[in-house]
Design a protein around this ligand. Structure first.
Ligand SMILES: Cc1cc2nc3c(=O)[nH]c(=O)nc-3n(C[C@H](O)[C@H](O)[C@H](O)COP(=O)(O)OP(=O)(O)OC[C@H]3O[C@@H](n4cnc5c(N)ncnc54)[C@H](O)[C@@H]3O)c2cc1C
Length: 374
């Protein structure tokens, strides 16, 4: 890592303070009024939350502190926890690339939380799995590509923000188009952002429709051309980092159940799942995630399979924990300002964000088949 890239050291105590004081005080406003907690996103950056996982391919990289920071935000607000994932993933793309220009000019600002952004990779990932067609198309021009198309959702995105995405390029004489991955700057000519908040939860994510009209993407912003090997490199980290959202959500649901033990324990004891049951699953999940976090650049199918299974487990346990939190809290969790119903609405996002539960199950089946055939 060069000097320009050296991120500020992570202060986990400060991250926890921002979450439990500054963010906790805003969660209802974020949920009700769909407010993007931009100041909090900058504050996490100053505390070093986006810079602990970007040592690059050469160094010993560990994702655990990035995941714990994301969990800290998600414990209070999943909109903000997801925005932390978006920011971490943008940094992850650049740090994992061989692009020295992006590493010198964009990565330090992203790691410090000065520049915000995310990733428009849901559609490309689904396109790679032949679930839906690729939405961005590019043609080669002098010094780069001209790209057009529409990405329906890119979160944590502001007018001068950045996002990583992928486009198809038709190549003469080849049946399949080439995949090219790049960082886009939202301020470039031809890019138009439109906020989209029409969700049952997660309205505080600065999620935008991104329209690209003949956007010039210079060679200096390419991450992989062709992108296939680069995708192999980033996919375990991309997927594993999302477990931070699950961990924070599950922990908060255990807390909600524990908080009502005194007034409602005499009747809640008849419910099938108790906080101690979810706690045991949570401990096992976090143990597995922390172990996997130590080697995110392991490119083997066996490692990727473990990551996919941990991510699936996280999504399913988050939904289950939120379900039991709602049942334990009863009516006090079901009122419009109740935490349990908010957590339940938010938890489903972990199970539907790409790779969604169904997509994960497909990838697990395919990876298991590849391992069996090897
Ligand atoms: C709050 C929020 C934030 C998101 N942020 C990002 C992000 O930052 N980056 C990113 O790449 N993706 C983002 N996504 C997309 C997300 O990752 C998933 O791709 C999405 O939730 C759908 O995934 P799925 O696999 O369940 O697909 P499915 O929902 O099963 O299928 C998706 C298909 O349905 C179509 N579709 C979508 N909405 C409708 C509708 N109302 N009516 C009919 N068809 C529809 C889509 O065009 C797409 O082809 C976000 C989604 C949400 C809800």
């Amino acid at each position: 890592m060069n000097i320009a890239m050296t991120p500020k050291a992570l202060d986990l105590e400060e991250v926890a303070r921002i979450s439990s004081q500054d963010l906790a005080g805003m969660v209802r406003k974020i949920d009700d009024e769909r407010i993007y907690a931009q100041d909090i996103m900058h504050a996490y950056g100053r505390a070093g939350a986006y810079g602990s996982h970007i040592g690059g391919m050469e160094g010993a990289v560990d994702l655990s502190n990035a995941i714990l920071s994301m969990a800290s935000a998600s414990e209070y607000c999943l909109s903000t926890g997801f925005c932390v994932w978006c920011q971490d993933t943008l940094a992850w793309y650049i740090a994992s690339s061989d692009n020295d220009v992006l590493k010198a000019e964009v990565l330090p600002k992203v790691a410090a939380g000065q520049a915000l952004g995310g990733t428009g990779m849901s559609n490309p990932m689904k396109a790679m799995g032949e679930i839906e067609p690729m939405r961005l198309k590019g043609v080669r021009v002098e010094g780069g590509y001209k790209v057009k198309g529409l990405l329906p959702w890119v979160s944590n995105l502001v007018d001068d923000g950045y996002f990583g995405s992928m486009f198809h390029v038709e190549v003469e004489g080849q049946d399949a188009p080439k995949r090219v991955m790049a960082i886009f700057h939202a301020a470039w000519e031809g890019i138009k952002l439109q906020l989209d908040h029409e969700f049952v939860a997660m309205g505080g994510t600065a999620t935008c429709n991104v329209q690209c009209r003949d956007v010039f993407v210079p060679d200096a912003y390419l991450l992989g051309d062709p992108a296939d090997a680069f995708i192999q490199r980033i996919r375990p980290g991309f997927t594993l980092l999302q477990c931070g959202m699950a961990a924070g959500m599950i922990k908060s649901c255990i807390d909600l159940m524990t908080q009502v033990e005194k007034p409602l324990g005499h009747i809640n004891q008849y419910l099938e799942k108790q906080p101690s049951d979810i706690q045991a699953d949570y401990d096992a999940l976090v143990g597995e995630v922390m172990e996997l976090s130590k080697t995110p650049y392991d490119l083997s199918d066996a490692f990727y399979l473990r990551v996919l299974k941990a991510r699936l487990w996280g999504g399913e346990l988050a939904v289950e924990a939120a379900h039991w939190a709602q049942l334990h809290c009863g009516a006090r969790g079901y009122v419009s300002g109740g935490a349990a119903q908010r957590r339940l609405r938010e938890a489903y996002f972990i199970a539907i964000v790409t790779p969604a539960t169904k997509h994960l199950r497909m990838l697990i089946a395919q990876t298991e088949a590849a391992i069996a055939a090897a």
